[in-house]
Design a protein around this ligand. Sequence first.
Ligand code: FE2
Ligand code: FE2
Length: 198
Amino acid sequence: MSAGDAPMARAKFHAMTEGTEEDWAKVVEANRAFSRTLPDRLLMHLRLLEGDCGGVAVDRMEHSLQTATRAFRDGRDEEYVVCALVHDIGDIRGPSHHADIAAEILKPFVSEQNHWMVQHHGIFQGYYYFHYLGGDRNRRDKFKGHPHYEYTAQFCHLYDQNSFDPAYDAMPLSAFEPMVQRVCAAPQQVVRAPAKVG
Ligand SMILES: [Fe+2]
Ligand SMILES: [Fe+2]
């Protein structure tokens, strides 16, 4: 809040059992304003990917920028490019299910196909390394026949598995910021439950 801004009106209740319609109107208004700054918070979280390489040649931010840049230069649309940029955002908070985290964040803003791709990219990316860790590189094959199988395999092959190159000339995060702002400006999918409060 800058100097001179009126403070946001707040509900009076201290327990939801005391809530009134007037209270909830204030909550809805406050959340509407907060939602508008979601793209800024996403970008802030993306910056947390900076610094740690996890044992590979570039840090997680550089990997994300390279993935998004390759998709952009290949002519993919803006929504796809944002998915490529955000696909590993969960690496910091929940590495073992990082794909689910990214997919859930993007879900209201992207197509079902792009959501599925982000959600399953971890298993599809495993085609390139699970066998070196004693696993089955073909785990993705349980999805054979799924309408988004090839689409997701392509994402990993063309943009994700090859984005660990210190010599690649990736675009800076600032180049993607307007895309994140546009794609994440308004939910595409109907949100049936009200935004969670508390
Ligand atoms: Fe990933
Ligand atoms: Fe990745």
